[in-house]
Every structure is written in C-alpha cells, then in structure tokens.
Ligand binder design. Structure first.
Ligand code: NAD
Ligand code: TYD
Length: 340
C-alpha cells in the first residue's frame, strides 16, 4: 500500500483522513478525488495543498473515464471511498444524488479496483445501515441491514455491492461502519456544528421532537485511526464497526455544547421531528477492539473539543453559513419553527 486514492477526500471525514495519512505515513502518496459538491471544501486541505505527496483531482465517482484515468495516472493501489451524499434531512427532501453516488458511484469504483487489480478497496460506511436499535442491544457486523432513510438505504446498498465483489470476484475489500463523527471541518448542516455555530451567534437550536434520540458521538481522528488499522490489519472481506460504546441523548450533547460555549439553555427550541427519525443507534465494537483499537476520546470530550474548534475557527464556517447554506436552512427549517 503506497498510492492511495481517497474519494470524497475534500469532505469532513475524508479531509481529516488525508491529513492523518500524510502525517503518519511520509512515504505514501495521496490522491484526493472529489466532485466538490456543496459539502466538498478545499479549505479543509489548505495545510497540505503544497505537500509533495498530495494531489487533487476534481471528478465524480460516477465518471468511469476520469476514475480510470486517475487510477492509471497515479498508479493507485488502494481506494478508500468516502464519497457520498451524507445528510439524512437532504435525503428526505431529494434522494436522487444519494442513489447516484452511493450506488452507481460505488459500482464504478469497484469496477476500477477489479480492472486494475488494486491491493484494496475500502468502503466507508455507517451505523445507520442497521436501522434504529432497541434499548439494550448493540449492532454486530453480522446483523441484517435494515436502513430506514434514503441516505441509510443508499449506504446499505453500497455495502452489499462491496460484499458481492468480494464473494463473486474475490476483490480484496474491507468495510468500516462508523457512528456519528464530529470534529474540525464538518459542514454545519449536521447537528453538532450547526448547533455550535448557531449558539455562538445566539441563534436558536432546532431540536427535533423531544431530543431524546441516542447517538454515539465520536471524535473524527479516532475514526481515522480505526480506518488506518483496518487498512493495514483488517481481514479481507470483513466489515468492522467503529463506535464509542457510549451512547448519549441529543439533549445531553446540547447541554455539553452550551456549557462549553457559555450560552444559555433558552436557545433550545423543540421543533417538528424528522420523518422516520431513527431513535437510537448503538454499535458493538468488540471486533475492531480485538484488532487493538479503542477510542481515545469520550463523547463528552469529543463534543467539548469540537465546540471549541468552531469557536476558534470562524474563518472556516462563517463563509459557508453566509452562502447557499442560508437558502438550505430556510427550506429545511422555515416550516419547523411554527409547526411542532
Ligand atoms: P461530507 O458530506 O462532509 O463529504 C462528502 C464528500 O464527498 C464531499 O467532499 C463531496 O464533494 C464528495 N462527493 C459527494 N459526491 C461525490 C461524487 N459523486 N463524486 C466524488 N465526490 C463526491 O461527508 P462526511 O461526513 O465526511 O462522510 C464521509 C463518509 O463517511 C460518507 O461515506 C459517509 O456516509 C460516511 N460516514 C459519515 C459519518 C458522519 O458522522 N459524518 C458517520 C459514518 C459514516
Ligand atoms: P445528524 O447530525 O443529522 O446525524 P444523523 O441523523 O445522521 O445521526 O443528526 C444527529 C441527531 O441530531 C439526530 O438524532 C437528529 C438530531 N438533529 C436535531 O435535533 N436537529 C437538527 O437540526 C439536526 C440537523 C439534527
């Protein structure tokens, strides 16, 4: 493993992974292949833009010609696929791009991996593929995939394709299924950066329903370490859950955010719930634990550290929130304020 093509590498987790790899493996070459959708942002990669082992290609993973050219040009031996449409609320408004990218795009990348006999194809997946989980149970990698939103269904479909390429063509694949990541460079549509930046501006926080839904909030660099471990020590053909083993209600996450940023509870506004809102995700992480991984941050530390990053990095998020984001916010939330 030496020449990595990191698709979706200009997004939140992908960019954090690029920074991590260039720092950890000075002899690896990293090619970021990214369409630069609204969520792709080269500001996330500013600190490595002149790095001699970093290259950027703007392209769509659905575009076979450009994908194949890139694999050949950079002598790629490994694809790590982060590229996806990633926001559940947007998938409810308009699922089309979710299906295109995660289903057809994953197929294009798998075909490239097969054609050029790559050493590894690694798929970045999510805990949402298991659907929502009853109290007292944590999802295992062998559980059925029961996705409940168009986003989750697009990701589950990609996982099934990846598994089929292992079984049918013996393609050397691995999959990681992460929980809710938080940290630097997360587009402020997701709950933690949205609420941190709203709170910093003394704007209300739109809490869906009763706010007692449960998530495992995970610091993004912990996820990056887990992906690294699976790339180097994971068993071919296997999926690995990457969570925190500590779940938290959204209202507790909000309390940590507000306390860290010294903002009042009065910013909390309960609004109309998300359609089909998954109540609880919980991952059993014994399998990756057996490879020697454990999270370095508790969810509490991860939330506080993330809140401080948004407080200290207005240069990054202010321009996003003042652009096309405003239109999205009005469309997504305009009706929610009156309509509980
Ligand atoms: P993100 O939305 O911040 O970034 C996605 C990136 O993919 C962007 O840079 C975008 O430009 C690019 N992209 C989208 N469509 C593309 C296409 N057709 N071709 C090429 N590039 C394209 O997402 P993220 O939060 O960093 O998530 C990355 C991956 O991790 C996704 O596959 C997501 O499903 C998965 N995941 C995310 C979380 C989370 O909490 N954010 C948790 C578990 C798994
Ligand atoms: P989100 O960050 O969208 O991640 P996901 O739904 O993929 O887990 O949302 C995390 C949780 O926060 C989820 O239970 C929905 C809730 N939420 C709100 O209460 N208000 C919001 O404005 C958003 C975006 C999410």
């Amino acid at each position: 493993m030496k020449n990595l093509m990191i698709t979706g590498g200009a997004g939140f987790i992908g960019a954090n992974f690029v920074l991590y790899v260039l720092n950890r493996y000075p002899d690896y070459n990293v090619v970021v292949y990214d369409k630069l959708t609204y969520a792709g942002n080269l500001d996330n990669l500013l600190t490595v833009k002149d790095h001699s082992h970093y290259h950027f290609v703007q392209g769509d993973i659905c575009d076979t010609v450009v994908v194949n050219e890139t694999v050949q040009k950079y002598d790629i031996d490994t694809i790590v696929n982060f590229a996806a449409e990633t926001h559940v609320d947007r998938s409810i408004m308009n699922p089309d791009a979710f299906i295109q990218t995660s289903v057809y795009g994953t197929y294009v990348l798998l075909e490239a991996a097969r054609k050029y006999k790559l050493e590894r194809y690694h798929q970045i997946s999510t805990d949402e593929v298991y659907g929502h989980i009853p109290p007292g149970y944590s999802s295992k990698e062998t559980d059925n995939l029961v996705p409940r939103s168009p986003y989750a269904a697009s990701k589950a479909s990609a996982d099934l394709l990846v598994q089929s390429y292992f079984i049918t063509y013996n393609l050397p694949v691995t999959i990681t299924r992460g929980s809710n990541n938080i940290g630097p460079y997360q587009y402020p549509e997701k709950v933690v950066p949205l609420f941190a930046t709203n709170a910093l501006d003394n704007e209300p926080l739109p809490v869906y329903g009763d706010g007692r839904q449960m998530r495992e909030y995970q610091y993004v660099t912990d996820h990056c370490e887990a992906i690294d471990l699976v790339l180097h020590r994971g068993v071919i053909g296997e999926a690995y859950n990457v969570g925190t083993a500590v779940e938290m209600e959204n209202i507790e996450m909000i309390d940590i955010l507000l306390t860290t940023l010294d903002r009042p509870q009065s910013l909390i506004h309960h609004v109309k719930d998300r359609e089909g809102h998954d109540r609880r995700y919980s991952l059993n992480i014994d399998k990756i634990g057996a490879l020697g991984w454990e999270p370095r941050h508790t969810p509490r530390e991860a939330i506080a550290q993330t809140a401080r990053w948004y407080r200290d990095n207005e240069w990054w998020w202010r321009k996003i929130k003042s652009g096309a984001f405003k239109e999205y916010y009005e469309k997504q939330y305009g009706h929610r304020w009156q309509n509980k």
